[in-house]
Design a protein around this ligand. Structure first.
Ligand code: SF4
Ligand code: SF4
Length: 272
């Protein structure tokens, strides 16, 4: 097995240019997802899906209330009234250490690569959709009119050719960094420390802890607010966690039932 590779997405330097979304679509030949105009946000793609494998979220930050001589007023100095700015974050499949999508796939369409990433093979997927509710992050999705499931492959084909994923290559600010996972984790911890020293104490890592409910993510993030603000679950848990215990319970129940049936036949035989 090759060294485990991953993504470190440092949202503190994202400028929301969406070059990552475009590069992903171009390289992977991902079709458009409707050209929907959302009047509520500058975010025109809305979220991750079968045809959006990288999604740059624009999260509007309401301005804090200011105390003025005239009383309490919204609006930060120099900011638009009611809006302080945006948090921007490029989201992607987390390539979980314990990936429930992979656990539940009955055809083997989902597999773990030699780089530690989780990939779905469209030509093996039968469109059953079991992986969709199994993902604790709501990443994988079946494509309309096609039926099969799609998601980020961490550019498996590019990695096989010794190249970095298209989104990381295109990112002009290095918000998306690709490399050996352990190295990325060290770099991310240093970055958080630096931000804390600069007074940005809200900076935190998400998905970098191998002790969390999914065993850590192959794609983790530096966030500037609570995960929920970015639409991320605060404490994700692999949804197949209880499967072994359930199978043991089901096996025990089946054995008890078989024993009861055998006893009833024995009892009936003796009465004849
Ligand atoms: S984030 Fe969802 S789709 Fe991606 S590897 Fe984890 S369980 Fe699978
Ligand atoms: S390419 Fe980089 S800076 Fe541009 S939106 Fe994507 S992550 Fe942000």
């Amino acid at each position: 097995m090759a060294e485990r590779m991953g993504f470190f997405t440092d949202t503190s330097v994202c400028i929301g240019c969406k070059a990552c979304e475009v590069a992903c679509k171009e390289w992977n030949d991902v079709p458009d997802d409707g050209f929907v105009f959302r009047a509520t946000s500058y975010d025109n793609t809305g979220g991750l899906g079968a045809s959006t494998w990288r999604h740059v979220a624009f999260i509007e930050q309401p301005s804090r209330v200011r105390e003025t001589q005239e009383g309490r007023k919204p609006g930060a100095a120099g900011g638009e009234e009611g809006l302080e700015g945006w948090l921007m974050a490029s989201d992607v499949c987390k390539h979980c250490t314990h990936a429930a999508c992979l656990d539940v796939c009955p055809t083997g369409a989902l597999f773990r690569t030699e780089f530690g990433s989780v990939v779905v093979q469209a030509d093996v997927c039968n469109g059953c959709g079991y992986c969709v509710p199994a993902c604790p992050y709501g990443v994988i999705e079946r494509r309309e009119r096609d039926g099969r499931a799609f998601k980020c492959t961490l550019c498996y084909d590019r990695q096989l050719g010794g190249l970095e994923p298209a989104c990381a290559k295109a990112c002009p600010t290095d918000s998306i960094q690709f490399g050996p996972l352990e190295e990325l984790r060290d770099r991310a911890r240093e970055r958080v420390e630096r931000l804390h020293d600069e007074g940005r104490t809200e900076a935190r890592l998400y998905g970098a802890d191998p002790g969390d409910g999914v065993g850590g993510d192959g794609a983790f993030f530096l966030l500037l607010d609570e995960p929920e603000v970015y639409g991320l679950p605060p404490d994700p848990v692999v949804t197949t966690r209880d499967l072994p215990a359930m199978w043991r319970w089901a096996g025990g129940a089946a054995l008890s039932l078989a024993g009861a049936v055998a006893l009833s036949f024995l009892g009936a035989g003796r009465r004849r």
